[in-house]
Ligand binder design. Structure first.
Ligand SMILES: C=C(O[C@@H]1C=C(C(=O)O)C=C[C@H]1O)C(=O)O
Length: 355
């Protein structure tokens, strides 16, 4: 294994040469991995039979692959300096107009739900933050030091751009017949020394995601497949808490994997329910292109998949970071609270910009 200084230097050199790369660390792991692509070609992932790192957009139109066979693979041991007490006070003031627009968007969502056009819709916004001449590799190091429990990554392609994130949400894990996915929804800020008390609104929102995933898995793998769920747990992701259920099953055949990915993305955790209606609502009303936010990303290895949902992420452009945040809207949503939820979630990225 290489030395961390050498590892980050290799990333810097590769970035300066304008060549694609990805560096990532899985949750609670001490290993950072990297794939440095040898040319600047844009590859698309056509099937999971080609190993590498996939980066898929929300719409599914772009499924970019950094192929393993055309990249240098790196791996380094990294002991994070644990930053446990995240400051809840770091905020970047959003313009009043941003808030008004988001509140209006949420109101439109609630109104569509009250007319029974939708049951749930996840509505998001983006926010630009000035970062001056911050170096992306140093920001990535901040991220690694701050979020030990998240999937932390830095992804770059000269023809697409640069993304950085710390996702709390597993999309798909597959290893030798063991398949796992996650239902993650419902959000509350963490208040030091206090347990989170969940309301029926969050419990309903999360149950809806669990039921949808279970149903989709049954549709793909036949209805009598044994699907295991581990109950509902609270997890901490930066300065917010979520409700989480792990859903698993034994896959007798790898042939099910691609249809499962198709059937699950995007889940109601990031789009809403019913899926197609929610996507249509998002495309008509959000007023911007989500691009890779709420898509998925991760490793494809010969007998293993490890994908995460692209949340708590940002795009780095020149002197700006564009942070993407959203939340699930249901009949019980209160627009002002939904706005606050996006402010809390945005702190996951703001914290590492201001650390
Ligand atoms: C959409 C986001 O998060 C998703 C939505 C959540 C919610 O509605 O409570 C919680 C976790 C994620 O599944 C985001 O972080 O931008």
């Amino acid at each position: 294994m290489a030395d961390t200084t050498v590892f980050f230097q290799q990333l810097r050199t590769h970035y300066k040469s304008k060549l694609p790369f990805v560096a990532y660390r899985k949750p609670v792991s001490n290993t950072i991995k990297g794939l440095l692509q040898e040319n600047d070609q844009l590859f698309h992932s056509e099937s999971i039979s080609r190993s590498g790192f996939v980066f898929c957009s929300f719409s599914g139109d772009q499924k970019i692959l950094i192929p393993k066979d055309l990249s240098t693979s790196l791996s380094v041991d990294f002991q994070s300096k644990k930053v446990d007490s995240l400051s809840n006070s770091t905020t970047v003031k959003a313009e009043a107009v941003t808030k008004d627009l988001h509140i209006q968007l949420v109101q439109n969502g609630i109104s569509a739900i009250s007319k029974n056009e939708l049951v749930k819709v996840v509505l998001s916004r983006k926010q630009s933050v000035d970062i001056g001449s911050s170096d992306p590799i140093s920001l990535f190091q901040n991220l690694l030091n701050t979020y030990a429990n998240a999937f932390c990554y830095l992804w770059y392609h000269p023809k697409v751009g640069m993304w950085l994130g710390a996702s709390p949400e597993t999309f798909i894990k597959y290893k030798k017949g063991e398949f796992t996915t996650m239902s993650l929804a419902g959000t509350k800020p963490i208040i030091q020394g206090k347990d989170i008390e969940w309301d029926a609104k969050e419990e309903y929102e999360q149950q809806l995601v669990t039921d949808y995933i279970t149903q989709q898995l049954k549709t793909v793998c036949t209805s009598n497949v044994e699907i295991k769920t581990d109950g509902v747990h609270t997890i901490k992701a930066g300065n917010v808490g979520h409700l989480k259920t792990t859903i698993s099953l034994q896959l007798t055949d790898k042939k099910y994997l691609e249809p499962i990915i198709e059937a699950l993305h995007p889940t109601p955790a990031v789009a809403g329910f019913p899926t197609l209606k929610a996507i249509e609502f998002i495309e008509k009303n959000e007023g911007y292109d989500r691009s890779f936010y709420t898509g998925y990303l991760g490793e494809i290895e010969e007998d293993r998949l490890s994908f995460f949902v692209n949340l708590r992420c940002m795009q780095l452009q020149d002197q700006h970071a564009i942070i993407y945040v959203g939340g699930g809207i249901t009949a019980g949503s209160i627009p002002e609270k939904e706005w606050e939820e996006t402010v809390h979630k945005s702190k996951t990225m703001v914290n590492i910009l201001t650390n």
